[in-house]
Design a protein around this ligand. Sequence first.
Ligand code: NAP
Length: 507
Amino acid sequence: MSVPWPWERTRICVSVAAPDRATLRASLRRAGGAHLVEVRLDALRCAAALDDAGLRELVDAGPVPVGFTCRPAWQGGGFSGEEPERRRLLHRAAAAGAAFVDVEHQTPWAGELLESSPAPVILSHHWQDPSPADLDSRARDMAGMRPALVKLVSPAVRADDALPLLRAGRRLVESGQPATAFCMGETGRASRVLAASYGAGLIYAALSGDEVVAPGQWTVEELRQTIRLPQWKTATVACGLVGHPIGHSLSPAVFNAAFGASDHDMGYVPVVSAELDPALGLASGWGFRGLSVTMPFKMEAARHCHRLDPLAEAIGAVNTLTASPEGWVGHNTDAEAVIEALGSRIALDGARVALVGAGGAARAAAVALGRSGVEVTIVNRTVERAERLAAAVGGRHGALDDLESQDFDAVINATPVGMSGTGTEGETPFPCAWLRGVEVVFDMVYRPLETALLRGASSRGCRTVDGLEMFLAQAAAQYRLWTDDRSEAPLVAMREAARVRLGQDAD
Ligand code: NAP
């Protein structure tokens, strides 16, 4: 039996690995954003030669409590010395004032370390394959040894591979045994956060994106700023994002800021998955309240729904799922956001609106505008696509240069032209000289916030709607759907989080 785990709330533990003591001390000094540090002694050259003073120096170098592990080569670690050396090292680290020491369950002398260590002992097990058959029996055996904390880790191939680990972690914590159980790898990334919602003792993190010690680790900054991990508690209800890729999404920062600014005990996490099915499996299996859906899953997700709201049904695509006892209910808040943003500028009924683009966003906008009495003309680089969309959803179609010859009250850009990272930043989807007489110009692009199209429109006296306004309106509609009381979304906090994130991207 170990000295007990002294921390009640989930702790962010940054893992540091360095080849020499000077680099290690420098890393430790940068760990102040975490609650704890784990030093990977197996990454240190000549770790076995560290004397007691050297170990104490490392303990004292951390601005937060410092723990140690020393993974042997037979566990995928870097320590290739003899077992007696590794054993002496961990014993001495514990005696030098370590916050904890971590030893593998299969280590023959683990029981002896548990009995004699003056520091809390983490008993860990890392599987090499997903879905380990012996997960439950091993978790029971490990808990039976009464360590300070049980750590269970396996890789994830599918997003829902994390479910058995999360459930095992929850069972241990509910039985009174502190634990952390999650999946490694990009696909396991969500599980590292979700572990906080069963009260995991530790979430491992990296000092920076270049110092990731295990695949799928979040950085300390991401966990604090984007995920707001300290807000997550055992009762926290999860929502999330599915799509591929989703690394640059604003949604995690925006929703976690919104939940932080409200009384709703909810958290939001991106679920990395190249396929929709496993991501939905994780979300329904772990009791998510809702999901945002982005490219390329908007149409596929609609097919997974038990029910679609009438607007989503007419569009045939969803960007929002809400959980119900019967299954997912699909909504399209992108379409609602277009109506809200444009409808606050002009009277929609009878307005003549040109929609530039014929992809998914244009389709959602065309359906919603048509239902609001707008006379929609879809213009697109590939005219046949505009024709097909107009035939499917109603409305006229044409070529881009119809913008020059026809009169419109508003023009909406639903193409990525002008977006950073596409090679078209600074470009406009059509010449701004064609905006003569147009009252409102609406650009769905929000990276950058002020696109060349919006600059050109402002300079010609048009009123403008930027893509962030649409983004925040669709996010606010999702927030209302997921917080059953239909409370208003805390838009100030959401806008601020989005602006910070967009500013970081621009740096
Ligand atoms: P999509 O399905 O890929 O559609 C792309 C459309 O843009 C197609 O009509 C395509 O024309 C056209 N296009 C692409 N590159 C072009 C170019 N260089 N010149 C002229 N036309 C071009 O994309 P989507 O999902 O509809 O999204 C469209 C834009 O809306 C994206 O920038 C997305 O980020 C943005 N969006 C913003 C929000 C928000 O909340 N602000 C929400 C949803 C979408 P072809 O048919 O000729 O290929």
